[in-house]
Design a protein around this ligand. Structure first.
Ligand code: PLP
Length: 354
Protein backbone atom coordinates (compact mmCIF):
# COMPACT_ATOMS: atom_id res chain seq x y z
CA UNK A 1 0.00 0.00 0.00
CA UNK A 2 1.28 3.48 -0.82
CA UNK A 3 2.06 5.40 2.31
CA UNK A 4 -0.16 8.41 2.88
CA UNK A 5 1.52 11.19 4.77
CA UNK A 6 -0.12 12.85 7.75
CA UNK A 7 -2.65 10.19 8.78
CA UNK A 8 -3.43 10.29 12.47
CA UNK A 9 -3.02 7.17 14.59
CA UNK A 10 -4.96 7.03 17.82
CA UNK A 11 -6.20 4.27 20.12
CA UNK A 12 -9.87 5.28 20.46
CA UNK A 13 -12.18 5.01 23.45
CA UNK A 14 -13.97 1.66 23.34
CA UNK A 15 -17.63 2.10 24.26
CA UNK A 16 -19.80 -0.73 25.65
CA UNK A 17 -21.61 -2.87 23.06
CA UNK A 18 -25.05 -1.82 21.75
CA UNK A 19 -26.37 -5.29 20.79
CA UNK A 20 -29.49 -5.72 18.66
CA UNK A 21 -30.77 -8.48 20.93
CA UNK A 22 -34.54 -8.23 21.45
CA UNK A 23 -34.47 -10.31 24.64
CA UNK A 24 -31.56 -8.57 26.32
CA UNK A 25 -31.18 -7.07 29.75
CA UNK A 26 -28.74 -4.28 29.00
CA UNK A 27 -26.51 -3.49 31.96
CA UNK A 28 -23.27 -2.59 30.18
CA UNK A 29 -23.31 1.19 29.56
CA UNK A 30 -24.86 2.70 32.72
CA UNK A 31 -27.98 3.89 30.95
CA UNK A 32 -31.15 4.51 32.94
CA UNK A 33 -33.51 1.58 33.44
CA UNK A 34 -36.59 3.82 33.38
CA UNK A 35 -38.16 5.72 30.46
CA UNK A 36 -37.87 9.50 30.05
CA UNK A 37 -40.45 11.58 31.95
CA UNK A 38 -44.01 11.82 30.56
CA UNK A 39 -43.44 15.56 29.95
CA UNK A 40 -40.51 14.69 27.63
CA UNK A 41 -42.72 12.33 25.65
CA UNK A 42 -45.48 14.98 25.38
CA UNK A 43 -42.93 17.53 24.26
CA UNK A 44 -41.68 15.15 21.54
CA UNK A 45 -45.22 14.63 20.29
CA UNK A 46 -45.86 18.39 20.24
CA UNK A 47 -42.56 19.24 18.52
CA UNK A 48 -43.00 21.25 15.31
CA UNK A 49 -40.95 19.30 12.74
CA UNK A 50 -41.17 22.22 10.31
CA UNK A 51 -38.96 24.22 12.67
CA UNK A 52 -36.10 21.87 11.76
CA UNK A 53 -35.62 23.84 8.53
CA UNK A 54 -33.84 26.43 10.68
CA UNK A 55 -30.56 26.04 12.52
CA UNK A 56 -30.83 25.41 16.25
CA UNK A 57 -30.29 28.22 18.77
CA UNK A 58 -26.76 29.43 19.36
CA UNK A 59 -27.14 30.07 23.07
CA UNK A 60 -29.73 27.46 24.25
CA UNK A 61 -31.35 30.22 26.31
CA UNK A 62 -34.47 28.13 27.01
CA UNK A 63 -32.58 25.12 28.36
CA UNK A 64 -30.04 27.23 30.23
CA UNK A 65 -32.89 29.21 31.85
CA UNK A 66 -34.54 26.01 33.11
CA UNK A 67 -31.21 24.59 34.35
CA UNK A 68 -30.21 27.86 36.02
CA UNK A 69 -33.44 27.86 37.99
CA UNK A 70 -33.13 24.21 38.97
CA UNK A 71 -29.47 24.40 40.00
CA UNK A 72 -29.45 27.86 41.61
CA UNK A 73 -26.77 29.26 39.27
CA UNK A 74 -26.98 31.95 36.59
CA UNK A 75 -27.38 31.17 32.86
CA UNK A 76 -23.97 32.76 32.21
CA UNK A 77 -22.39 30.01 34.31
CA UNK A 78 -23.66 27.32 31.93
CA UNK A 79 -22.55 25.82 28.63
CA UNK A 80 -24.53 23.11 26.84
CA UNK A 81 -23.16 20.50 24.45
CA UNK A 82 -23.84 17.32 22.50
CA UNK A 83 -23.55 14.98 25.48
CA UNK A 84 -21.07 15.52 28.28
CA UNK A 85 -18.39 13.85 26.13
CA UNK A 86 -18.64 16.92 23.91
CA UNK A 87 -18.35 19.27 26.89
CA UNK A 88 -15.46 17.29 28.43
CA UNK A 89 -13.50 17.02 25.20
CA UNK A 90 -13.82 20.77 24.65
CA UNK A 91 -12.89 21.41 28.27
CA UNK A 92 -9.59 19.58 27.58
CA UNK A 93 -9.05 21.90 24.58
CA UNK A 94 -10.05 24.98 26.55
CA UNK A 95 -8.33 24.51 29.91
CA UNK A 96 -5.40 22.14 29.57
CA UNK A 97 -2.83 24.02 27.53
CA UNK A 98 0.21 24.04 29.78
CA UNK A 99 3.31 21.88 29.38
CA UNK A 100 2.72 20.35 32.82
CA UNK A 101 0.77 17.09 33.07
CA UNK A 102 -2.93 17.00 33.84
CA UNK A 103 -3.61 14.58 36.68
CA UNK A 104 -6.38 12.01 36.85
CA UNK A 105 -6.81 8.59 38.49
CA UNK A 106 -5.30 5.50 36.83
CA UNK A 107 -8.74 3.94 37.01
CA UNK A 108 -11.38 6.34 35.75
CA UNK A 109 -13.45 7.24 32.69
CA UNK A 110 -11.35 5.88 29.80
CA UNK A 111 -11.99 8.91 27.61
CA UNK A 112 -9.73 11.23 29.69
CA UNK A 113 -6.64 9.42 28.47
CA UNK A 114 -7.93 9.37 24.89
CA UNK A 115 -8.47 13.16 24.91
CA UNK A 116 -5.00 13.62 26.44
CA UNK A 117 -3.55 11.70 23.48
CA UNK A 118 -5.82 13.25 20.85
CA UNK A 119 -5.13 16.84 21.88
CA UNK A 120 -1.46 16.28 22.86
CA UNK A 121 -2.17 17.22 26.47
CA UNK A 122 0.52 15.72 28.75
CA UNK A 123 -1.09 13.69 31.53
CA UNK A 124 -0.25 11.67 34.61
CA UNK A 125 -2.37 8.77 35.81
CA UNK A 126 -2.36 8.77 39.61
CA UNK A 127 -2.96 5.29 41.09
CA UNK A 128 -6.08 4.80 43.16
CA UNK A 129 -5.47 3.20 46.56
CA UNK A 130 -5.82 -0.58 46.92
CA UNK A 131 -9.47 0.03 47.88
CA UNK A 132 -10.02 1.98 44.64
CA UNK A 133 -10.20 5.30 46.54
CA UNK A 134 -8.89 8.60 45.19
CA UNK A 135 -6.33 9.94 47.68
CA UNK A 136 -5.94 13.68 47.12
CA UNK A 137 -2.60 13.73 48.97
CA UNK A 138 -1.27 12.06 45.80
CA UNK A 139 -2.30 15.14 43.80
CA UNK A 140 -0.07 17.73 45.48
CA UNK A 141 2.52 19.63 43.44
CA UNK A 142 2.41 21.66 40.27
CA UNK A 143 0.41 20.27 37.38
CA UNK A 144 -1.48 21.37 34.28
CA UNK A 145 -4.92 20.69 35.78
CA UNK A 146 -6.92 17.94 37.45
CA UNK A 147 -9.94 15.97 36.31
CA UNK A 148 -11.86 13.51 38.45
CA UNK A 149 -15.21 11.82 38.03
CA UNK A 150 -17.27 12.05 41.24
CA UNK A 151 -18.63 9.43 41.78
CA UNK A 152 -15.76 7.84 39.92
CA UNK A 153 -16.32 5.39 37.08
CA UNK A 154 -15.97 2.44 36.89
CA UNK A 155 -15.60 2.20 40.69
CA UNK A 156 -18.74 4.11 41.81
CA UNK A 157 -16.83 5.56 44.77
CA UNK A 158 -17.68 9.11 45.89
CA UNK A 159 -15.43 11.80 47.43
CA UNK A 160 -16.96 14.21 49.94
CA UNK A 161 -16.97 17.98 49.46
CA UNK A 162 -14.45 18.64 52.27
CA UNK A 163 -11.83 16.63 50.47
CA UNK A 164 -12.73 18.16 47.13
CA UNK A 165 -12.29 21.59 48.66
CA UNK A 166 -8.80 20.67 49.84
CA UNK A 167 -7.97 19.68 46.24
CA UNK A 168 -9.26 23.04 44.96
CA UNK A 169 -7.29 24.92 47.62
CA UNK A 170 -4.13 23.04 46.62
CA UNK A 171 -4.52 23.99 42.94
CA UNK A 172 -5.74 27.59 42.67
CA UNK A 173 -3.77 28.23 39.47
CA UNK A 174 -5.19 25.48 37.22
CA UNK A 175 -8.65 24.26 36.30
CA UNK A 176 -10.09 21.39 38.33
CA UNK A 177 -12.82 19.52 36.44
CA UNK A 178 -15.33 17.47 38.41
CA UNK A 179 -17.29 15.13 36.13
CA UNK A 180 -20.66 14.65 37.86
CA UNK A 181 -22.19 12.24 35.32
CA UNK A 182 -23.50 10.05 38.19
CA UNK A 183 -24.08 12.66 40.89
CA UNK A 184 -27.83 12.25 41.25
CA UNK A 185 -27.67 8.63 42.42
CA UNK A 186 -26.48 9.46 45.93
CA UNK A 187 -23.49 11.83 45.88
CA UNK A 188 -23.39 15.50 46.82
CA UNK A 189 -22.82 18.03 44.06
CA UNK A 190 -19.88 20.46 44.15
CA UNK A 191 -22.08 23.33 42.87
CA UNK A 192 -21.95 25.02 46.30
CA UNK A 193 -18.15 25.40 45.85
CA UNK A 194 -18.49 27.43 42.64
CA UNK A 195 -18.90 30.74 44.50
CA UNK A 196 -15.56 30.23 46.21
CA UNK A 197 -13.45 28.70 43.45
CA UNK A 198 -13.53 30.19 39.99
CA UNK A 199 -11.16 27.49 38.71
CA UNK A 200 -13.80 24.78 39.32
CA UNK A 201 -15.62 23.36 36.30
CA UNK A 202 -18.40 20.80 36.78
CA UNK A 203 -19.79 18.64 33.97
CA UNK A 204 -23.17 16.93 33.90
CA UNK A 205 -25.15 14.78 31.49
CA UNK A 206 -28.79 13.99 30.67
CA UNK A 207 -27.70 10.44 29.72
CA UNK A 208 -27.82 8.84 33.16
CA UNK A 209 -30.23 10.49 35.64
CA UNK A 210 -32.59 11.90 32.96
CA UNK A 211 -32.95 8.68 30.87
CA UNK A 212 -31.90 10.53 27.69
CA UNK A 213 -28.64 8.85 26.60
CA UNK A 214 -29.84 8.69 23.00
CA UNK A 215 -30.64 12.41 22.86
CA UNK A 216 -27.03 13.52 23.48
CA UNK A 217 -27.19 16.49 25.85
CA UNK A 218 -24.66 17.44 28.50
CA UNK A 219 -23.60 20.67 30.17
CA UNK A 220 -20.85 22.38 32.09
CA UNK A 221 -21.11 24.73 35.08
CA UNK A 222 -18.34 27.16 35.97
CA UNK A 223 -17.34 30.78 36.54
CA UNK A 224 -18.12 33.31 33.79
CA UNK A 225 -14.39 33.43 33.08
CA UNK A 226 -14.18 29.70 32.32
CA UNK A 227 -17.46 29.64 30.39
CA UNK A 228 -16.25 32.48 28.13
CA UNK A 229 -13.19 30.40 27.16
CA UNK A 230 -15.35 27.34 26.54
CA UNK A 231 -17.80 29.33 24.39
CA UNK A 232 -14.92 30.59 22.24
CA UNK A 233 -13.67 27.02 21.72
CA UNK A 234 -17.19 25.71 21.06
CA UNK A 235 -17.69 28.41 18.44
CA UNK A 236 -14.41 27.33 16.83
CA UNK A 237 -15.59 23.73 16.51
CA UNK A 238 -19.37 23.42 16.11
CA UNK A 239 -21.55 26.38 17.18
CA UNK A 240 -24.80 24.44 16.56
CA UNK A 241 -23.72 21.37 18.57
CA UNK A 242 -27.10 21.12 20.35
CA UNK A 243 -29.99 20.44 17.97
CA UNK A 244 -33.41 22.06 18.44
CA UNK A 245 -35.22 18.83 19.28
CA UNK A 246 -32.61 17.98 21.93
CA UNK A 247 -32.95 21.43 23.49
CA UNK A 248 -36.76 21.17 23.64
CA UNK A 249 -36.78 17.68 25.17
CA UNK A 250 -33.99 18.37 27.66
CA UNK A 251 -35.86 21.50 28.79
CA UNK A 252 -39.00 19.41 29.34
CA UNK A 253 -36.91 16.95 31.39
CA UNK A 254 -35.62 19.72 33.67
CA UNK A 255 -39.16 21.06 34.10
CA UNK A 256 -40.31 17.62 35.26
CA UNK A 257 -37.43 16.95 37.64
CA UNK A 258 -39.70 15.57 40.37
CA UNK A 259 -40.18 12.47 38.18
CA UNK A 260 -36.42 11.96 37.92
CA UNK A 261 -35.88 12.41 41.64
CA UNK A 262 -38.13 9.41 42.17
CA UNK A 263 -36.50 7.21 39.50
CA UNK A 264 -32.99 8.06 40.73
CA UNK A 265 -33.98 7.23 44.32
CA UNK A 266 -35.45 3.95 43.12
CA UNK A 267 -32.21 3.08 41.29
CA UNK A 268 -30.21 3.88 44.45
CA UNK A 269 -32.45 1.56 46.51
CA UNK A 270 -32.11 -1.23 43.91
CA UNK A 271 -28.32 -0.72 43.85
CA UNK A 272 -28.01 -1.03 47.63
CA UNK A 273 -30.15 -4.16 47.73
CA UNK A 274 -28.34 -5.69 44.74
CA UNK A 275 -24.91 -4.88 46.25
CA UNK A 276 -25.89 -6.62 49.51
CA UNK A 277 -27.13 -9.63 47.54
CA UNK A 278 -23.82 -9.88 45.65
CA UNK A 279 -21.92 -9.66 48.94
CA UNK A 280 -24.10 -12.48 50.31
CA UNK A 281 -23.00 -14.57 47.31
CA UNK A 282 -19.38 -14.01 48.34
CA UNK A 283 -18.57 -11.31 45.76
CA UNK A 284 -16.26 -8.44 46.71
CA UNK A 285 -18.36 -5.32 46.09
CA UNK A 286 -16.95 -1.79 45.78
CA UNK A 287 -19.31 0.64 47.62
CA UNK A 288 -21.11 2.65 44.93
CA UNK A 289 -22.98 5.96 44.83
CA UNK A 290 -23.65 5.58 41.09
CA UNK A 291 -26.12 3.63 38.92
CA UNK A 292 -23.71 0.70 38.63
CA UNK A 293 -21.56 -1.52 40.86
CA UNK A 294 -18.06 -2.82 40.33
CA UNK A 295 -17.69 -6.24 41.92
CA UNK A 296 -15.39 -9.24 41.90
CA UNK A 297 -17.12 -12.61 41.54
CA UNK A 298 -15.97 -15.67 43.44
CA UNK A 299 -15.65 -17.43 40.09
CA UNK A 300 -13.52 -16.33 37.11
CA UNK A 301 -14.93 -12.97 35.88
CA UNK A 302 -14.72 -13.92 32.20
CA UNK A 303 -16.74 -17.07 32.82
CA UNK A 304 -19.45 -15.20 34.73
CA UNK A 305 -19.53 -12.54 31.99
CA UNK A 306 -20.00 -15.20 29.31
CA UNK A 307 -22.60 -17.12 31.32
CA UNK A 308 -24.62 -13.91 31.74
CA UNK A 309 -24.34 -13.13 28.03
CA UNK A 310 -25.67 -16.59 27.15
CA UNK A 311 -28.75 -15.59 29.14
CA UNK A 312 -28.96 -12.28 27.17
CA UNK A 313 -27.66 -10.25 30.12
CA UNK A 314 -24.98 -7.78 29.05
CA UNK A 315 -22.61 -6.38 31.68
CA UNK A 316 -19.15 -4.79 31.29
CA UNK A 317 -15.93 -6.75 31.58
CA UNK A 318 -12.55 -5.02 31.19
CA UNK A 319 -10.02 -7.80 30.39
CA UNK A 320 -7.37 -5.28 29.32
CA UNK A 321 -7.50 -3.14 32.45
CA UNK A 322 -5.08 -4.94 34.75
CA UNK A 323 -6.44 -3.72 38.10
CA UNK A 324 -10.01 -4.77 37.42
CA UNK A 325 -9.64 -7.71 35.07
CA UNK A 326 -11.16 -9.95 37.77
CA UNK A 327 -14.16 -7.64 38.20
CA UNK A 328 -17.43 -6.97 36.40
CA UNK A 329 -19.22 -3.62 36.21
CA UNK A 330 -22.96 -4.09 36.35
CA UNK A 331 -25.36 -1.21 35.63
CA UNK A 332 -28.42 -1.09 37.87
CA UNK A 333 -31.67 -1.94 36.07
CA UNK A 334 -35.17 -2.37 37.46
CA UNK A 335 -35.77 -4.64 40.48
CA UNK A 336 -37.18 -7.25 38.12
CA UNK A 337 -34.08 -7.19 35.90
CA UNK A 338 -31.70 -7.38 38.86
CA UNK A 339 -33.65 -10.33 40.28
CA UNK A 340 -33.14 -12.10 36.95
CA UNK A 341 -29.40 -11.38 37.15
CA UNK A 342 -29.27 -12.78 40.67
CA UNK A 343 -31.17 -15.89 39.59
CA UNK A 344 -28.49 -16.59 36.95
CA UNK A 345 -25.70 -15.91 39.45
CA UNK A 346 -27.31 -18.15 42.05
CA UNK A 347 -27.64 -20.95 39.50
CA UNK A 348 -23.96 -20.50 38.59
CA UNK A 349 -23.03 -20.88 42.25
CA UNK A 350 -24.80 -24.21 42.29
CA UNK A 351 -23.19 -25.16 38.96
CA UNK A 352 -26.69 -25.49 37.53
CA UNK A 353 -26.50 -22.83 34.87
CA UNK A 354 -25.82 -24.90 31.75
C1 PLP B 1 -17.77 9.40 34.02
C2 PLP B 1 -18.48 9.68 32.74
N1 PLP B 1 -18.44 10.90 32.23
C3 PLP B 1 -19.07 11.21 31.08
C4 PLP B 1 -19.77 10.26 30.37
C5 PLP B 1 -20.36 10.65 29.04
O1 PLP B 1 -21.71 10.76 29.02
P1 PLP B 1 -22.51 11.42 27.83
O2 PLP B 1 -21.54 11.76 26.71
O3 PLP B 1 -23.51 10.41 27.42
O4 PLP B 1 -23.11 12.67 28.39
C6 PLP B 1 -19.84 8.95 30.85
C7 PLP B 1 -20.58 7.91 30.10
O5 PLP B 1 -20.57 6.75 30.36
C8 PLP B 1 -19.17 8.65 32.06
O6 PLP B 1 -19.18 7.40 32.56
Amino acid sequence: MTEIRGLRQIAPYVAGKQPADQKMIKLNTNENAYPPSPRVIESLQAFDAKSLARYSSLDQAELKGALAQQLGVSSEQLIVGNGSDDILSQAFLSFFNSSLPVKFPDLTYGFYKVWGELYHVPYEEVPLTDDFEIDFSDYVGECGGVIIANPNAPTGRFKGLDELESLLRAHPDVVVIVDEAYINFGGQTAISLLDKYDNLFITRTFSKDASLAGLRVGYGIGSRRLIAVMEAVKNSVNPYAVDSLAEALATAAVEDWGYYEKTCQQIARTRDWFSRSLADLGWKVVPSQANFVLAKPRQVAKEVFEALERKHIYVRYFPKVERIRDYLRISIGTDKEMKQVLAVLNALEGGRNE
